[in-house]
Design a protein around this ligand. Structure first.
Ligand SMILES: [Zn+2]
Length: 263
């Protein structure tokens, strides 16, 4: 069976819990994970997961919007400690929770996009209630070569409307859907998930947050991305296997290949 790829995982647990979580994911067929940082703590736990599970877990490091007013001036990019990076992330803007820090968020987002260009890596973008500034900063600082090649990055956990989806697709980005698409009140998001081109669609859990239906009430984990698979396959009128194959192929096109598992 084609491996399932969870393109956005946060590990905030202790090493034994990370190991158990990866094992349950593998047992569920979710053998490719992208561990995503954003803060010092998330960067450290993502690095730990990537170091301990190099067959399954690849790494994204960066500074997210929460750090915009916390980082000392001139703070360098998070240390990679010799680990290969698959992406820069997560980065971006959140005006829902942090409206008062908009200017600082915009500056940091631009810096992270330039860092991605220097390192020739795709980005994992968070954006909430910041549609216009997201597009503006992508136009100013997102690599135009990568945009044209369709390798600039992904807007993770997409929850916006159709117009914003089109604006991001026009900028060469992928859209990734989390467990939110399984929520009862998410009809308009399911409509968006229906029209995203097959070659721009990605899957994620954003675990430990946003547990999908029917697992509500327990902490989310990568194994549960299968419920996002089921929902998206149904919405798009294709088989589960077709959905898995498309999205895993897309993840490799954007982030490069995961290691071939040793038998
Ligand atoms: Zn996240």
């Amino acid at each position: 069976m084609c491996p399932i790829t969870d393109t956005h995982v946060h590990f905030d647990a202790a090493p034994p819990a990370i190991a158990a979580c990866v094992q349950r994911a593998v047992a569920a067929g979710v053998t490719r994970l992208l561990a995503v940082g954003g803060s010092a703590a998330l960067n450290a736990s993502a690095s730990l997961a990537a170091r301990n599970f190099p067959q399954q877990v690849r790494l994204a490091l960066g500074w997210d919007r929460d750090q915009a007013t916390k980082l000392p001036p001139g703070m360098p990019f998070p240390p990679t400690d010799g680990l290969p990076l698959a992406a820069i992330g997560e980065i971006g803007l959140d005006y829902h929770y942090h409206a008062e820090t908009q200017a600082a968020q915009c500056q940091l987002f631009g810096e992270m996009l330039r860092e991605a260009e220097v390192r020739d890596l795709p980005v994992c973008i968070h954006t909430r209630e910041a549609d216009a500034d997201t597009c503006r900063i992508l136009d100013e600082h997102g690599s135009h070569a990568r945009r044209a090649a369709g390798t600039l990055g992904v807007v993770h956990c997409f929850t916006g409307g159709q117009d914003f989806a089109r604006a991001l697709l026009d900028r060469g980005l992928y859209l990734s859907f989390s467990g939110i698409v399984t929520f009862r009140n998410a009809d308009s998001l399911r409509e968006v998930a229906r029209f995203v081109p097959a070659d721009r669609l990605l899957l994620e859990t954003d675990s430990p947050f946003l547990t999908p239906v029917p697992k509500r009430g327990v902490e989310n984990e990568p194994a549960f991305v299968v419920h996002v698979v089921d929902l998206l396959a149904k919405v798009r009128g294709i088989t589960r296997d077709q959905l898995v194959e498309q999205t895993s192929m897309n993840a490799e096109r954007l982030f490069g290949p995961w290691p071939t598992p040793t038998p």
